[in-house]
Ligand binder design. Structure first.
Ligand SMILES: Cc1cc2nc3c(=O)[nH]c(=O)nc-3n(C[C@H](O)[C@H](O)[C@H](O)COP(=O)(O)OP(=O)(O)OC[C@H]3O[C@@H](n4cnc5c(N)ncnc54)[C@H](O)[C@@H]3O)c2cc1C
Length: 447
């Protein structure tokens, strides 16, 4: 049974990773400090052992001499961080650049864009500092117009990037894409960002685990927090092996946090399934017919977007959203949908088959922005949540920003340091999601 954060009390205890291309190719798992055994004290407890929690722990320990304790229900990277699509991009949430400007004005939009580039810088420096061997690919991302009607929006984004943000984005027409990147269908133009790269997400999280422990953070796998109470100013976090008492708590559970755990989680996030298929390696004929010379990460302009890339061993990865619940029959059918999407984009791959299929919960917020804030009325509870499906760079960076705030009193930029808005009629979130997905599907299929 797949864990559902809107229903289950916690994500499980000590569970194995969901099988994926990443688990098959990540190599040996480094050790952690084992499950909590007996009651213990900590200055700072961090719930969740993904990019956010481990980055926060590492930066707190390395830069501020803290000895944070990470509590991970299963094993580090078991959530999104070990099973994602592998794209590290300068992305903060899901709003368009033009929306940023409309909502907040040019100056604050510029600050936000600069923060997104800084987030990518955090990924690069973590990989460099830890000499993490995580199969980093050459830079570049392509946002690809899947229909002629989508080209105008790319042109608008391009103008904002170049004229307002002073950023060297590039607009390619169909011919430019074919000459330099690949030959395929549903590719009428593309917006190329020279910063962005693909990596191996599980190798990255494991490298980070080693860095955090080497810096003196303590990491307890197999330690779900099943209850949380206050005893005076101390937080008491109950795990199956004992209670952890801490003065400061960081919630780094993103799409995997159970609703009941703390009031900041209640009706604040919509966990949305994202699923991925990885094919068998392409033959050299198949690869040649698609002229797949690009190492860029790619995604299309659909609202129900497809994200895809060529892997170093010449397999293709493609993911998207669609199923509302983790019903096994619906998921099995979705695997074929993903393969069909890939074949439509690359007709010479008509005979390609899938070797791997898996999925996970991304956390969508009401305002489509991530939030790096603290509980209302209790500044000792910090959180970084709601990356809306783009959390590789954003999660690692938010963890760093939280560490700088907790350890050094630094401010997080105001557009991120805002309370997570409540989703109205939270009990009906999935019903609304179903309606919205159907509407998006209709819009995407227009010519
Ligand atoms: C299929 C898929 C594809 C994606 N592709 C991309 C991509 O290409 N690029 C990108 O930028 N982003 C992508 N994302 C999103 C990205 O992976 C996430 O935003 C990011 O990993 C979030 O990291 P995190 O550390 O905040 O949360 P997670 O990695 O999800 O970690 C949360 C952890 O909290 C633990 N936990 C929850 N509750 C408890 C509890 N009560 N006690 C103890 N532990 C608990 C869970 O076990 C989990 O390990 C994708 C996500 C999915 C699912």
């Amino acid at each position: 049974m797949i864990y559902d954060p809107l229903k289950a009390p916690h994500p499980g205890q000590g569970l194995a990773h969901e099988e994926s291309y990443w688990t098959a190719t990540a190599g040996a798992e480094p050790g952690d400090d084992g499950p909590v055994a007996g009651d213990r004290d900590a200055d700072i407890a961090i719930i969740g052992g993904g990019y956010t929690g481990l980055s926060c722990a590492y930066h707190l320990a390395r830069n501020f001499g803290a000895r944070p304790v990470v509590l991970e229900a299963n094993r580090c990277g078991w959530g999104c961080s070990g099973r994602n699509g592998s794209f590290a991009r300068p992305a903060l949430g899901r709003l368009k650049y033009t929306d940023w400007i409309e909502k907040w004005g040019r100056a604050r939009a510029r600050t936000l864009f600069a923060e997104s580039l800084e987030a990518l810088g955090t990924v690069r420096s973590l990989i460099r500092d830890g000499a993490i061997a995580c199969d980093v690919q050459p830079d570049g991302s392509l946002k690809i117009a899947h229909r002629p009607g989508a080209v105008a929006a790319l042109e608008r984004d391009h103008r904002v990037l170049v004229e307002t943000f002073g950023y060297p984005a590039e607009l390619l027409d169909g011919g430019g894409l074919e000459a330099r990147h690949f030959k395929g269908e549903e590719a009428f133009a593309a917006l190329r960002l020279p910063d962005s790269f693909a990596l191996h997400p599980l190798k990255l999280v494991r490298g980070l685990l080693e860095m955090a422990r080497a810096a003196d953070a303590v990491v307890h796998g197999g330690s779900p927090v099943t209850a949380w109470r206050k005893d005076g100013v101390r937080h008491v976090l109950k795990t199956p092996g004992g209670e952890v008492r801490a003065g400061t708590v960081v919630l780094a559970t993103n799409g995997y946090g159970p609703e009941h755990l703390h009031p900041v989680l209640r009706s604040r996030l919509l966990p949305v399934l994202s699923n991925i298929v990885v094919t068998r390696p392409m033959t050299s004929e198949e690869k040649g017919a698609c002229n797949l010379v690009t190492t860029d990460v790619m995604f299309d302009t659909r609202r129900m977007l497809n994200y895809y890339r060529r892997l170093p061993d010449d397999r293709m990865l493609l993911g998207n959203r669609g199923p509302i619940t983790a019903d096994p029959a619906i998921l099995a059918a979705h695997r074929d949908v993903l393969l069909a999407n890939l074949k439509r984009k690359f007709p010479p791959l008509k005979n390609i088959t899938a070797d791997y299929f898996w999925g996970g919960w991304v956390a969508v917020t009401r305002d489509l922005m991530p939030h790096v804030h603290h509980a209302e009325g209790d500044p000792s509870v910090h959180y970084a949540l709601g990356y809306c499906g783009s959390g590789v760079a954003a999660g690692l960076h938010a963890g760093r920003r939280l560490a700088e705030r907790i350890g050094g009193g630094a401010e997080v930029i105001p557009l991120l340091d805002r309370p997570l808005p409540r989703i109205p009629f939270g009990a009906f979130r999935r019903f609304a999601q179903r309606m919205i997905f159907q509407w998006y599907g209709y819009l995407d299929d227009r010519p």
